[in-house]
Design a protein around this ligand. Structure first.
Ligand code: SF4
Ligand code: SF4
Length: 212
């Protein structure tokens, strides 16, 4: 490196430092250039498409498990049982936001769109367990037991209704067909001459009578 290059490097260092200091000074004295955010009193407003913490509206969720199957890091878990009306009932729905990478795949696949990203992003904790969001606070075992009881009650009720219908069926048939004694007498009576036993139909033909 020659003397000329050496002096040029010194000049360039001084010039770029002065340029940077001029920008720093401008931000330091001009109140319109304030960029420091007084967090947490002040917060940036996230954009509309920001992918923050997930929220599941469990009243709309159908327990289809699509979100569980699509999640690349397995951070969603759910338990469900079939209810008395044949629909699935959620017993638990948890998302581990400590593992979630906010890819949004679960939101994309959710058929009823019950799963959504919120604008939330602040959740500091020293306990990883606190980073698991529980969307159902009731104990899963209690929910399952309650649903099982409802299913059993519905099955018992259906069985009782079926038995009642079976017991009422002969009476209904008797009422429809009339007095059983007259039906028996009708059944025992000889068929009319030349006619079929039911009467009113064509007389039975013998093989030799076909062409006459
Ligand atoms: S955003 Fe991605 S990583 Fe997070 S729960 Fe949904 S699918 Fe899993
Ligand atoms: S994909 Fe949607 S509806 Fe299906 S289990 Fe997940 S949150 Fe519920």
């Amino acid at each position: 490196m020659g003397l000329k290059d050496y002096l040029y490097d010194i000049w360039e260092a001084v010039a770029t430092t002065a340029k940077g200091m001029r920008i720093t000074a401008r931000y330091g004295v001009d109140p319109r250039e304030t960029i420091t955010l007084q967090y947490p009193e002040e917060r940036w407003e996230p954009s509309e498409r920001f992918r923050g913490f997930l929220y599941n509206d469990i009243k709309t969720c159908t327990s289809c498990t699509m979100c569980v199957r699509v999640c690349p890091v397995d951070c969603i878990s759910l338990e469900s049982v079939r209810g008395a009306d044949k629909k699935m009932v959620l017993a638990s729905y948890d998302i581990d936001i400590g593992r979630c990478m906010y890819c949004g795949l679960c939101v994309e696949v959710c058929p009823p769109k019950s799963l959504k990203h919120t604008s939330g992003y602040e959740k500091a904790s020293v306990d990883r367990g606190e980073l698991i969001l529980h969307f159902i606070h009731e104990d899963a075992g209690e929910i399952k037991a309650r649903v099982a009881k409802q299913v059993a009650e519905a099955a018992a009720k259906a069985e009782a209704e079926k038995a009642k219908a079976e017991s009422e069926k002969p009476e209904a048939e008797m009422a429809k067909d009339g007095d059983p004694d007259s039906r028996a007498a009708q059944k025992d009576a000889p068929p009319p001459a030349g006619g079929n036993p039911e009467g009113g139909g064509a007389a039975e033909k013998k093989p030799g009578e076909e062409k006459e």
